[in-house]
Design a protein around this ligand. Structure first.
Ligand code: AMP
Length: 112
């Protein structure tokens, strides 16, 4: 966990553009945004991925979605996409569970 980049951001060992913080959750701007708004929302608890979450994380997982909703609302975003990549094959590159809040451009479906 000490080498987890998101744990280091949570501990302010690495700078980030934080937009929201509670005792359990943090949100900051993605360093390589893929849309005009690209915010990452994550639990402070080090859960590597959705696959490695469990029933004890139920409330925390709910908080992630409700935080995304609140941040979207605060930023006046009506249309947005929430993404959770699970596993390398799905595009996960940082193994600390996080939700991408993406908005500000059109997103096609299905994704490429
Ligand atoms: P994922 O590929 O779903 O694991 O998403 C990881 C995201 O973390 C990518 O969109 C990266 O651009 C982003 N990221 C990696 N390092 C940092 C950092 N130091 N600050 C902010 N975002 C980062």
């Amino acid at each position: 966990m000490e080498d987890c980049i998101f744990c280091r951001i949570i501990k302010n060992e690495i700078p980030s553009q934080k937009v929201h913080e509670t005792p359990t959750i943090v949100a900051f701007r993605d360093i390589h945004p893929v849309s005009p708004t690209h915010i990452l929302i994550l639990p402070k608890k080090h859960i590597p991925s959705v696959s490695e979450s469990s029933a004890v994380d139920q409330s925390l997982l709910g908080e992630l979605i409700l935080t995304a909703k609140a941040l979207a609302s605060e930023n006046g975003l009506e249309d947005y996409r929430l993404v959770i990549n699970n596993g390398e094959g799905a595009g996960q590159t940082v193994f600390h569970l996080h939700v991408h809040l993406l908005s500000g451009r059109f997103f096609s479906w299905p994704p490429g």
